[in-house]
Design a binder for this molecule. Structure first.
Ligand SMILES: *[C@@H]1O[C@H](CO)[C@@H](O)[C@H](O)[C@H]1NC(C)=O
Ligand SMILES: *[C@@H]1O[C@H](CO)[C@@H](O)[C@H](O)[C@H]1NC(C)=O
Ligand SMILES: *[C@@H]1O[C@H](CO)[C@@H](O)[C@H](O)[C@H]1NC(C)=O
Ligand SMILES: *[C@@H]1O[C@H](CO)[C@@H](O)[C@H](O)[C@H]1NC(C)=O
Ligand SMILES: *[C@@H]1O[C@H](CO)[C@@H](O)[C@H](O)[C@H]1NC(C)=O
Ligand SMILES: *[C@@H]1O[C@H](CO)[C@@H](O)[C@H](O)[C@H]1NC(C)=O
Ligand SMILES: *[C@@H]1O[C@H](CO)[C@@H](O)[C@H](O)[C@H]1NC(C)=O
Ligand SMILES: *[C@@H]1O[C@H](CO)[C@@H](O)[C@H](O)[C@H]1NC(C)=O
Ligand SMILES: *[C@@H]1O[C@H](CO)[C@@H](O)[C@H](O)[C@H]1NC(C)=O
Length: 363
């Protein structure tokens, strides 16, 4: 990371795009923009895909009502499967997404997280009527599976999903696609549990009633409840970082965090960063300003920014409270840099005073 690279003023791009670019460049894509496809119950978009990230990662957004059609026998869930190459992560942006992994399951509610390393049997289901799942997946390219087995969603309103557009499950297409080509390996007779109490199948482990922790390895699936896992305060800038997956849980392949930030003080200058890994931001609450390529964009709820490796950027909140989901692949981006300068912090929000602003430039 090196600060203060001044970008060229010879700028051919508008930062804001309406669909994901087919080559690597900085961009901001508004919520629910770009092509969508429908697979059984889900409307799927790929705001960051293999082409736009240069193969680094895909960020897919799946919207649905609670499942009304079965994906697998009598079960209202996706067919149980695993991936041999893709490390998949599940972030509930809104509503509820139930996630099974081997013998365990959790109902992920807003801003809960699940990590599914390779070779782990899993399945998911949307279990609330207006739900959104953000699936950050490394390496990039998993969207090819969805595009192969789905039909385009044509909806001029860009509704998250289209409840009145009914699609047929392309069963023969699906059967042809599962297997090694798209790395969706079906499994049967899995050991999933369906005995949920208070959103969990395991009463021995905390779920929204105590601290959830990530394992010290990159092999085990795990779940982190929003506001119930380790947090760090970057005191100088008033940012609270909640790591969801670090280099430890990704084998160095990615970092994912949520981060809360206070509004920028009038006398505060923003820091310009450049990292050698590609990164993204998605706005969860509030409004974040981002500046890159000599353009400043106000990002509101759901908007996504992609920042290629080597692109200088700065960001700040102009409202009192902004929360973002951010990540990079491989590990070594903004949240790693901030956590390295942060202290453990017990709260979901920043302290009620402004930090030492002169220190913030070293962040
Ligand atoms: C993703 O992009 C990378 C680099 O461009 C390429 O090597 C890889 O084959 C692509 N993956 C898929 C699944 O298309
Ligand atoms: C789906 O993938 C298969 C196997 O790679 C390919 O033959 C087929 O043309 C693809 N279909 C679509 C609609 O992308
Ligand atoms: C996945 O399911 C298969 C078939 O039931 C089983 O043989 C295998 O051990 C399971 N894998 C894990 C990691 O539990
Ligand atoms: C289901 O979970 C409840 C609460 O943990 C437990 O008391 C009950 O024995 C479980 N039922 C089965 C069939 O495992
Ligand atoms: C479920 O939550 C309720 C309300 O917090 C609590 O009283 C009850 O003991 C919980 N059940 C289990 C099995 O933990
Ligand atoms: C339930 O949680 C406990 C405590 O974390 C763990 O030891 C156990 O393996 C879990 N059970 C299942 C079925 O995964
Ligand atoms: C990290 O990514 C590399 C390249 O895709 C892969 O070979 C490796 O298995 C990944 N590590 C983990 C822990 O998934
Ligand atoms: C900047 O402004 C804040 C709030 O208005 C104030 O608390 C802080 O002391 C100021 N810092 C400097 C360095 O002037
Ligand atoms: C968790 O914290 C966020 C702010 O960081 C807040 O908006 C949200 O309501 C909290 N969630 C719960 C379940 O308390």
């Amino acid at each position: 990371m090196a600060a203060s690279v001044v970008p060229s003023t010879n700028n051919p791009y508008n930062l804001i795009v309406t669909e994901p670019p087919s080559f690597v460049r900085p961009y901001v894509i508004p919520d629910l923009s770009g092509p969508a496809v429908v697979l059984i119950n889900d409307a799927i978009r790929a705001p960051i895909n293999n082409l736009s990230s240069g193969g680094a990662f895909s960020l897919l957004q799946l919207n649905a009502q609670n499942y009304i059609r079965s994906g697998y026998g009598d079960l209202y869930q996706t067919p149980p499967h695993y991936h041999s190459r893709f490390h998949e992560t599940f972030f509930c942006y809104k509503g509820e997404v139930t996630l099974w992994a081997n013998g365990e399951a959790r109902m992920l509610t807003v801003q809960d997280f699940g990590s599914m390393p390779t070779m782990q049997n899993h399945s998911y289901s949307f279990t609330e009527p207006d739900s959104t799942l953000l699936a950050f997946i490394t390496p990039g390219g998993f969207e090819h599976f969805y595009w192969n087995v789905s039909v385009p969603l044509v909806d001029p309103t860009n509704a998250p999903f289209a409840p009145d557009i009914h699609t047929h499950f392309l069963e023969s297409t699906f059967e042809a696609a599962i297997g090694p080509v798209f790395d969706v390996i079906p499994i049967f007779n899995s050991q999933f549990s369906y005995n949920f109490t208070n959103g969990t199948t395991n009463q021995s482990a905390p779920w929204h009633n105590g601290k959830t922790t990530a394992p010290n390895n990159a092999k085990e699936p795990y779940y982190l409840a929003n506001n119930w896992s380790q947090r760090f305060l970057h005191r100088a800038t008033g940012q609270v970082i909640q790591p969801r997956a670090t280099a430890v849980q990704s084998g160095g392949n990615f970092t994912l965090s949520t981060m809360v930030m206070r509004g920028k003080a009038a006398n505060e200058t923003t820091v310009e960063y450049t990292f050698d890994v590609p990164q993204f931001f998605q706005i969860l609450e509030g409004t974040m300003m981002i500046r890159m390529m000599c353009q400043t964009v106000a990002m509101s709820t759901g908007d996504i920014a992609f920042i290629p490796a080597g692109t200088a950027f700065s960001y700040w909140s102009e409202v009192a409270f902004t929360k973002v989901y951010l990540g990079c692949a491989p590990a070594g981006g903004l949240s790693d840099a901030l956590v390295a300068q942060a202290e453990p912090w017990a709260y979901g929000v920043f302290p009620s005073y402004f930090g030492n602003l002169t220190n913030s430039t070293s962040a």
